[in-house]
Design a binder for this molecule. Structure first.
Ligand SMILES: Nc1nc2c(c(=O)[nH]1)N[C@H]1C(S)=C(S)[C@@H](COP(=O)(O)OP(=O)(O)OC[C@H]3O[C@@H](n4cnc5c(=O)[nH]c(N)nc54)[C@H](O)[C@@H]3O)O[C@H]1N2
Ligand SMILES: Nc1nc2c(c(=O)[nH]1)N[C@H]1C(S)=C(S)[C@@H](COP(=O)(O)OP(=O)(O)OC[C@H]3O[C@@H](n4cnc5c(=O)[nH]c(N)nc54)[C@H](O)[C@@H]3O)O[C@H]1N2
Ligand code: SF4
Ligand SMILES: [Mo]
Length: 701
């Protein structure tokens, strides 16, 4: 029998975008094999990536459009389903104006899809009401990075630099569970004599690897970083020449830090003064050091300032824009980085351009062949958009998110979604949100389509089609093409991903995230290309731009080339515990489930490993409640009540409980969470709210 050659591609899930080889199997679907030559993961895969083919099975996926008839979702043909959507969107627009039609996208969508979705909103619908789930993810780091450096890219250096630095402070990342193959970089760091500090209210699998684990009270990272900066100044560890030559705004920031005495910071965070001093010593002694943040410090109503405070620490010690030193954010979703660059965000045009910038509007409108004045202005952020459903926004097209499970204050958002005049969802499975739709369109999955993603390093990658999708399933690009045509726009929405990418190149040219020098051909030959990668000027094929693995080595991307300090001060979380709600709830992930679980809850092996929600609590708290391991406990916040079995562990602070957010129904963590938003990034406070915990018998009396 002839061997089918394997197709090298990338995982459908997280931002590491591990390389893998796919081979079609006779019974349908693909087999996943190692791809040791791809540098990011060198063959290693986590259980989610390994089992991703299970979601290709007809047993769990959608294979026909569904249209609601007499209240029931019923299989229908593609034309009927597309007609219904076009009608639903057009009627709403006619009755209530273009801004009554909303679009909600996702950071898992490829660059091509995200680009086409943003263009569809502005050109076909003329609506300003588009945003995406990246607001729930790393928007605070993006805002802080943009403010400090003039450019936001997850990591400003490749992962391979991490083992060569002297110290890493990992703030609110549980890498060992959320990007398991990346743990290797931290292990190698330690093997090389480097130090690891982990900041997490829980002693996670990642924290267990640390030389020093700081366990602050949730929502107090801002104070913690200021306390460290205070000590840096007090101990004379600032890099004065660097501050003078490469930064601006130090005096104000220095003054703010000096107001945060270590004893004061200890009272706020629960991290002791000796621990603070030890952290400063480990961070400052080596020649190079890095700070990496993830959702812990970012998913806070002050996430932008919090990340700003960690960046301040890097700047004051001369640890940014130098080899083997810097600040980076570990982005989350498969295309968390690219998804935030090409226009599905409320205030954004492709190439990381601003929708309010007249020059950006002129450039992109030129590529799109429309009048710049016809482009709407910025719309609402994700939570605000979801909150407006059924009010100002009456019809919604949703692609690549499952907000019934993943949005904060989810019961309220579910009710808003139910109150829509019209909802259309494109998905690969019947998610909890798709189940509420008027029309559901079944779309192709990673192994069945081509497209690009940009991983956490800013490395643009080519995902290749390895198998033919089932009859009855179409691509997201096909959906947008067909809807555009039905709404009167015949051109400009190709179904071929490479054609979309060619247009994206031109639209991004000259922007911050410049992809114009990147082609599918290059991506097929190289291990990805780091943006910015401008197209070479001139016509006689001059040498291609190599891409930019390392940013800021000569200058920052601000107007004066200097990084900007952020003069920030401690402030409390939006909802402090009180007598009625005395405990803090924080939320996050487990290794075997992904996000809202829409995909991974359909994989037997993963369900066996992580079958359902739980409430992690300290023995002291459990004792007070009279709860034993496995007992159902109720967690109650001002927004609702969730029930899940108790998991008792000393790995969490006694004043805090933790719930993963991967499940719907009774154990849905987001029934409880607080949608208080960061004023700049509009990121909700997923990581801290006030709750009361009750043993279930006590509740039911
Ligand atoms: N298995 C798995 N992997 C994933 C995902 C998944 O759903 N499942 N999702 C992907 C996506 S989209 C993302 S965004 C990433 C997220 O990756 P991570 O950021 O690593 O994931 P989280 O579990 O949300 O949060 C990390 C840690 O923050 C801690 N934390 C809670 N509150 C605070 C706080 O106030 N301060 C600090 N410093 N820490 C706090 C939590 O205890 C938790 O251990 O993972 C990606 N990878
Ligand atoms: N309490 C709490 N809540 C959180 C978080 C937290 O830490 N705590 N984290 C937040 C974060 S960081 C994130 S990123 C969000 C994520 O939460 P969601 O936005 O709900 O993300 P997913 O569950 O990945 O949903 C993606 C949906 O799109 C489908 N899908 C996948 N690929 C495609 C595609 O190519 N096309 C189409 N049309 N559909 C596709 C999937 O089947 C799934 O139904 O959750 C946020 N919610
Ligand atoms: S770490 Fe992320 S990219 Fe790698 S296999 Fe797991 S889910 Fe996929
Ligand atoms: Mo995320």
């Amino acid at each position: 029998m002839q061997q089918t050659p394997a197709t090298p591609t990338h995982c459908p899930y997280c931002a590491l975008q591990c390389g893998m080889n796919l081979t079609p199997v006779p019974e349908g679907g693909v087999a996943v094999a190692e791809r040791p030559d791809f540098p990011v993961n060198r063959g290693a895969l986590c259980g989610k990536g390994r089992t991703a083919p299970a979601v290709l099975s007809d047993r769990v996926r959608l294979t026909s459009p569904l249209v609601r008839k007499d209240g029931v979702l019923t299989p229908a043909g593609w034309d009927e389903a597309l007609d219904r959507i076009a009608e639903g969107l057009a009627r709403t627009r006619a009755d209530h104006g273009p801004d009554a039609v909303g679009i909600f996208g996702g950071g898992g969508l490829t660059n091509e899809k995200a680009y086409a979705l943003g263009k569809f909103a502005r050109v076909v619908l003329g609506t300003s009401q588009i945003d995406y789930n990246g607001r729930f993810c790393m928007s605070s780091a993006a805002a802080a990075g943009g403010r400090a450096f003039g450019l936001d890219r997850g990591l400003p250096f490749p992962l391979e630099d991490i083992p060569k630095t002297g110290c890493v402070i990992l703030v609110g990342s549980n890498l060992a569970e959320t990007m398991p193959p990346a743990l290797r970089y931290l292990t190698e760091l330690k093997e090389n004599g480097g130090r690891l500090i982990v900041v997490d209210p829980r002693r996670t699998r990642t924290a267990e690897q640390a030389d020093l684990h700081l366990a602050p009270r949730p929502g107090t990272d801002l104070a913690l970083a200021l306390g460290l900066l205070h000590l840096v100044v007090a101990e004379g560890r600032t890099d004065e020449a660097y501050i003078r030559e490469r930064t601006s705004g130090w005096e104000e920031t220095r003054a703010a830090a000096m107001a945060h005495w270590p004893e004061y910071v200890e009272r706020i965070t629960g991290v002791s003064v000796p621990e603070l001093r030890e952290a400063v010593r480990l961070f400052c002694e080596p020649e190079h050091a890095m700070v990496l943040t993830a959702r812990g410090p970012e998913q806070q109503a002050k996430g932008t300032d919090t990340v700003g405070a960690w960046i301040n620490l890097c700047l004051a010690t001369g640890r940014a824009g130098r080899p083997l030193s810097g600040y980076g954010c570990l982005t989350g979703q498969g295309n968390g980085q690219g998804g935030r660059e090409h226009g599905q965000k409320a205030d954004q045009l492709p190439g990381y351009r601003k929708l309010t910038d007249p020059e950006a509007r002129r450039h992109v409108a030129g590529v799109w062949g429309v009048d710049p004045d016809s482009l709407p202005g910025p719309g609402r952020s994700a939570y605000e958009l979801l909150d407006a459903l059924g009010g100002d926004v009456r019809a919604l097209l949703l692609m690549g998110s499952n907000p019934v499970v993943s949005a904060p204050r989810a019961a309220h958002i579910e009710e808003r979604i139910r109150s829509l005049d019209f909802l259309a969802v494109c998905d690969v499975v019947l998610s909890e949100t798709a189940a509420l739709a008027d029309v559901v369109l079944p779309v192709t999955q990673w192994a069945e389509e081509t497209g690009t993603t940009t991983n956490l390093e800013g490395r643009v990658l080519l995902r290749r089609r390895a198998i033919t999708p089932p009859e009855g399933v179409r691509t997201d690009l096909y959906v947008l093409h067909e809807l555009a045509a039905r709404l009167g726009v015949e051109k400009g929405f190709p179904t071929d991903a490479e054609e979309v990418f060619e247009e994206l190149r031109r639209a991004s040219a000259g922007g911050i995230a410049d992809y114009s020098g990147i082609t599918y051909r290059r991506l097929a030959e190289e291990d990805g290309v780091f943006w910015p990668c401008p197209a070479p000027a001139g016509r006689n094929t001059p040498p291609a731009h190599p891409g930019t693995p390392r940013l800021f080595l000569d200058r920052f991307a601000t107007e004066d080339g200097r990084a900007r300090f952020a003069p920030v001060s401690h402030r409390p979380i939006a909802e402090e515990p009180d007598d009625e709600y005395p405990v803090l709830l924080t939320t996050g992930r487990v290794v075997a489930q992904y996000q809202s679980g829409a995909q991974t809850r359909r994989v037997d092996e993963l369900n066996a490993a992580a079958p359902g929600p739980f409430v992690e609590l300290h023995p002291r708290l459990a004792e007070r409640l009279g709860a034993a391991e496995g007992d159902p406990v109720a967690v109650v916040s001002r927004r609702g009540r969730a029930v899940a079995p108790a998991r008792i562990t000393t790995a969490i602070r006694p004043d805090t409980v933790f719930m993963p957010f991967h499940w719907p129904g009774e154990g849905r963590a987001n029934t409880l969470t607080n949608p208080a938003l960061d004023p700049t990034s509009r990121m909700p406070e997923f990581k801290a709210c006030a709750v009361r915990v009750e043993r279930l018998e006590a509740v039911r009396g």
